[in-house]
Design a protein around this ligand. Sequence first.
Ligand code: CA
Length: 167
Amino acid sequence: TFTEMTSIRLKTRKNSFLLFRGELTSISEGWRVLFVFSFHVLVLALNGKIKEVGEKIFASNGKEVDFASALESCEEAGGTLATPMNEEENKAILGIVKQYNRYAYLGIKECQASGQFQCINGMPLNYTKWRKYEPNGKGTEKCVEMYTDGSWNDRKCNLRRLTICEF
Ligand SMILES: [Ca+2]
């Protein structure tokens, strides 16, 4: 038998998704059961404010809040803060930033001491899009915002920035 954590997304109708998260376990040959731990309906009828890239969906609730609140609202919805892992994902997030014309916090934070930035899930940053001369906070700017040209800036975490989640 095997068990893996998974999430299954069903697109129900235009701009609406059902998101199941749980444990996929094989019970006998050819049969698997999904034990669902969480279930969310993402009803995002927002006229193109959802972007699908590969396995990810990016979406905004349009709210501007500090980093901790943005992360919390994404997690409550069954996702996390948008974290671009490549140019294509960065462009998709940028599309939302441009629609709202607001800077957005990304799911990236500076480590406690090292001056290194990493994804909020602890994964290393293999893709970055720093604006010239950034990051420049030298430990005083622990969060990362996306500008309206798609480039990144390390920034304090207590500002109000557009919430963009990934699912
Ligand atoms: Ca900076």
